[in-house]
Design a protein around this ligand. Sequence first.
Ligand code: NAP
Length: 285
Amino acid sequence: MTEWAQRLAEFTARKEHEARVAVPHPLTTEIDRATGDLKRIGNAWSERFFGGSFCVSPPRSADLPSTSLVFVRSREGNTGAADPETLGGGATDKHLIYEGLSRVAADAVLAGAETVRSGDLVFSVWHTEMVSLRSALGYPRHPIQIVATLGGLALDRALLFNVPALRVILLTVCEAEERMREALAARRWITTLAMNQPADLPHACRTLRQWGVERVSAVGGRTMATALLDAGLVQDLYLTTSPRSAGEPNTPFYPRPLRTDLVTRKHGSGPEAGVVFEHLRVGTT
Ligand SMILES: NC(=O)c1ccc[n+]([C@@H]2O[C@H](COP(=O)([O-])OP(=O)(O)OC[C@H]3O[C@@H](n4cnc5c(N)ncnc54)[C@H](OP(=O)(O)O)[C@@H]3O)[C@@H](O)[C@H]2O)c1
């Protein structure tokens, strides 16, 4: 086994163990305004803890993927944290929503380069119930890993760029692609999607759809989230707000008012009382 394969095996064992021993606490539903055009996702385990089906929007048009954003934030709205778990969303948010329902039916997970630079990461589902649900829905074990970078990344450092078994797309610009040419040549399993300029995100998303990507779960951080929201590419926002003061000050997921419609609001229970989960649909203007 190569060193990277060994690291993936250890990473997977750790994530599966964490998901197995985590104790979720059922969410209670305050508001549920889910409409008929939303797709409902879940199994007996997720419905028990989520308190019903989890909903995702269909794509806005035939040439774009459906894209959601998932964020946890502190009570002040901070999202920046070297370890987002310190923001206080709790185990239910992490295992049921963040590493669960928000991506269980996603073809791809999209992250900004800064989020990926923060450590060894593979964006997938790890709880056995979510792994089974993903398989039952007909998706491969791991979503495609889309990483967005403008300046380029040191591909020899992060786990997810060094495991040929993972499908990886680098969303970047032509100059950065050129800068990473040698590293990419040594990693033929990585596909690049190079834009002429950062503002070409809508065109890049259309290309993703042509490549068969119908649903994207974007996991932030706030810089990438803002770029996607400003480009009008996000349909669903899954937002967990903790009761804890935490995180880097002044790091909201979006820096301006955002027009949204509330679909669902749920509350944490037991030791997670005070956590609020909201599903919001993002307006087009
Ligand atoms: N609370 C949460 O739920 C949550 C979720 C995710 C991350 N985080 C935290 O948030 C922090 C990272 O957030 P961040 O805002 O600093 O960074 P980020 O959004 O993760 O990444 C920003 C980077 O994305 C690339 N990028 C930006 N616009 C782009 C575009 N139009 N096309 C292609 N690439 C583009 C650039 O990469 P280059 O630098 O390579 O040019 C940019 O520096 C970390 O602390 C992380 O732990 C929190």
